[in-house]
Design a protein around this ligand. Structure first.
Ligand SMILES: [Zn+2]
Length: 336
């Protein structure tokens, strides 16, 4: 069997649905991510509806010619340090159980679980996700109010390491899912993941910890600098450190692509899109030839499937073929 191309970073967010437990908060409906979702599901003039969101997303995944499989990311609720759940602090919840059931009837869907490390039943939940072939555990520290350097995370880290289940952790500024406590924004800095790495966890830093709005993201500059430092130190510490190239196809990230291409080994980079975050034709391109570039953009504008478009854009940036194959290789190491 040839290598499968897996897009390992796709979000599922939907309005409240009593039968499967998904919900989002009123604050979420003020974000650009929410409006992007309305536009994609053609719901700008009407109430966005759960079935419409699900149908649109599955249509994109099943319609992609170049993506063999897609990892849909769950999002756990917020828990406090005593292990109590806080719906009032949660802005987006996509339960593991819902995605596991979705994956059972959609062969192209893989489950990216999300397990809050402070929940009292984290072990049961992780076992349940492993039994159902989840391929990673996803966190957004600022949105989920997680301190990745907390001692409370250690038991979960040990189990992730034991099973080789990767931790996909958001790094850098987060504009899609809000926080209920701004003091947690700093926990998106990958410096807080050193403890997980030292415990042998396979850590994937989402979108290379890049700033989104370039100079406007001044306060997140160190997130990216720390990302570079971690990769410089990775071999010496034998860390299982990876990063994904999701949400790279955007004009504001053009200045960073050369650094990633030059500094990060291609066997440590994983292919992903961050869909439904918008994908732009006007992103980094290795070609220095203006005519070639314009022709390429024209070709890209005609591609309707956003996952196929993202594939071509990332490929054209000059990333090695292995980057597209790495998610499958990494997931093959998971011990269920
Ligand atoms: Zn994301």
């Amino acid at each position: 069997m040839g290598q499968e191309i897996i897009d390992m970073h796709i979000h599922f967010g939907a309005p409240e649905n009593e039968s499967n437990g998904c919900y989002w908060s009123a604050k979420f409906t003020e974000t650009p991510a929410y409006y992007a979702m309305l536009a994609l599901t053609k719901s700008l003039c009407k109430k966005v509806d759960f079935n419409r969101v699900q149908k649109q997303l599955l249509g994109v995944i099943n319609g992609s010619r170049l993506t063999n499989k897609a990892v849909l990311l769950a999002m756990d609720q917020v828990y406090d340090e005593k292990g109590a759940v806080h719906r009032e602090w949660t802005h987006l919840h996509t339960p593991n159980r819902f995605l596991i059931e979705l994956a059972q009837s959609n062969p192209k869907v893989l489950v990216g679980a999300s397990i809050h490390p402070y929940r009292r039943d984290w072990q049961e939940e992780l076992d349940y996700c492993l039994e159902n072939r989840a391929v990673l555990c996803k966190w957004i520290p600022s949105s989920q109010l997680i301190k990745p350097d907390s001692k409370l995370c250690v038991p979960l880290y040990k189990k992730l390491a034991q099973h080789h289940l990767p931790l996909l952790c958001h790094a850098g500024p987060e504009y899609a899912i809000p926080t209920s406590d701004d003091s947690y924004n700093k926990y998106n800095n990958p410096v807080y993941l050193r403890q997980a790495l030292d415990l042998g966890v396979t850590v994937i830093l989402a979108h290379c910890a890049l700033p989104y709005f370039w100079l406007l993201d001044e306060e997140y500059k160190d997130d990216f600098e720390e990302f570079r430092r971690l990769f410089q130190e990775a071999e010496q510490h034998q860390w299982q450190l990876y990063a994904d190239v999701s949400a790279l196809a955007t004009p504001t990230r053009i200045p960073y692509v050369d650094i990633i291409l030059n500094e990060i080994p291609s066997d440590r980079l994983l292919y992903g899109s961050d869909y439904p975050i918008p994908i732009s034709e006007f992103s980094y391109n290795k070609s220095k030839n203006l005519i070639f570039w314009l022709r390429f953009i024209t070709r890209m504008i005609r591609i309707k499937n956003p996952l196929d478009k993202n594939y071509h854009l990332i490929n054209e940036m000059g990333f090695a073929d292995t980057v597209f194959e790495n998610p499958q290789k990494l997931f093959a190491r998971i011990q269920y």
